[in-house]
Design a protein around this ligand. Structure first.
Ligand code: SAM
Ligand code: DTB
Ligand code: SF4
Length: 349
């Protein structure tokens, strides 16, 4: 089993994987998956705790200040701790075991706002959920503070291979991403690191990203694979939709090169059919974002996700205190953006 874990994958080897016949690739990925994982899917809910106005120019991102005029995403203040915890509680009550919070910052600055995020992390832990934050670049002492507050994971994506990175972001370099990841690892926090397909990169760039991730020792515990959500007003708005088979291939290759990691079928899922999502699970994805919003864009309806998982005979990862998913809510008396609202609506109809 541990012979599966390698850190010396070459770009050429991964390119060969990505180009292999789809069913062969899926079968190989599924075999690796079954050696390292059971049949549970983790539901992770996402919340943008500080939206918009980011000084970085990531070409895919609706939260960059550079494209704000065209995207209409304006800069908002950092949320209050209690409001965040109310949302986390609702997500937990709907079955999520992980709560991820995103801030549209270039980097973390010490001060009252960072103190507030640290309090959010502590509060999520007190709810019994895994916490993950994505706050941009992080210095070692800040990583240690988050670790002390009980942070489970830090999301910081490499997004693509180093050769293509300059085509996507001009306000920072790949090496800075690697430095933040090192600070996270040194603080004893799990690494959540993955990327996006569909930005105009080639198969070699996808393989190059996976090589970077697989070279990390240990592998990132969590690997989000996003399909570009081409948001109007961003430079990548005109990109064609990702072929779902390409997403399946990327997930399968990630599963094969990082056998023990949790591979997350992330952004772009809303445009996938149930069948395409099933292929992603078959290829080794074992987590989804759960709740009807990602950071600023729409996500799948919670009720539809629960039904899909049940129809496939898969299980949802439970919190320690209960073994099965909590029952559907009986009333519609939920906040407008609560992830259970869609279900309540469906149940009431
Ligand atoms: N500012 C932080 C950073 O860059 O690490 C955190 C927030 S950023 C929104 C987190 C990740 O979301 C990005 O690295 C990217 O992989 C993903 N993402 C952002 N916009 C996306 C889009 N339009 N489509 C797909 N993924 C996207
Ligand atoms: C990740 O890789 N994908 C999530 C999470 N990490 C933070 C974010 C997806 C964002 C999609 C665009 C949006 O909703 O703004
Ligand atoms: Fe968006 Fe993060 Fe890039 Fe800022 S650093 S523009 S929030 S992806």
């Amino acid at each position: 089993m541990n012979a599966d874990i390698r850190h010396d994958w070459t770009v050429a080897e991964i390119e060969t994987l990505l180009a292999s016949p789809l069913l062969d690739l899926m079968q190989r990925a599924q075999a690796v998956h079954r050696r390292h994982h059971d049949d549970t899917i983790q539901l992770a809910s996402l919340l943008s705790v500080k939206t918009g106005g980011c000084p970085e120019d990531c070409a895919y991102c609706p939260q960059s200040a550079h494209y704000a005029k065209k995207t209409g995403v304006s800069k908002e203040a950092l949320m209050q701790v209690e409001d965040v915890l109310t949302r986390a509680r609702a997500a937990r009550d709907a079955g999520a075991t992980r709560f991820c919070m995103g801030a549209a910052w270039r980097e973390v600055r010490d001060g009252a706002e960072f103190d507030r995020v640290v309090d959010m992390v502590r509060g999520i832990g007190e709810l019994g959920m895994e916490s993950c934050v994505t706050l941009g670049m992080l210095a070692p002492h800040q990583a240690r503070r988050l670790a002390d507050a009980g942070l489970k994971a830090y999301n910081h994506n490499l997004d693509t291979g180093p050769e293509f990175y300059g085509d996507i972001v001009s306000t920072r370099v790949y090496e800075q991403r690697l430095e933040t990841l090192a600070a996270v690892r040194d603080a004893g926090i799990d690494i959540c690191c993955g990327g996006i397909i569909g930005m105009g990169e080639g198969a070699r760039d996808r393989a190059s990203l996976l090589r970077q991730l697989a070279a990390m020792e240990p592998h990132p515990e969590s690997v989000p694979i996003n399909a570009l959500v081409a948001v109007e007003g961003t430079p990548l708005a005109g990109r064609p939709k990702v072929d779902p088979f390409d997403l399946v291939r990327m997930i399968a290759a990630a599963r094969i090169v990082m056998p023990a990691s949790r591979v997350r079928l992330s952004a772009g899922r809303e445009s996938l059919s149930r069948e395409a999502q099933a292929m992603c699970f078959m290829a080794g994805a074992n987590s989804i974002f759960y709740g009807e919003k990602l950071l600023t864009t729409a996500n799948n309806e919670a009720a539809a996700d629960r039904k899909l998982i049940a129809d496939l005979g898969l299980k949802v990862q439970a919190l320690h205190q209960h073994e099965t998913l909590p029952p559907l809510p009986a009333s519609l008396d939920l906040p407008a953006d609560c992830p259970r609202r869609g279900e309540a609506r469906a149940a009431a109809e």
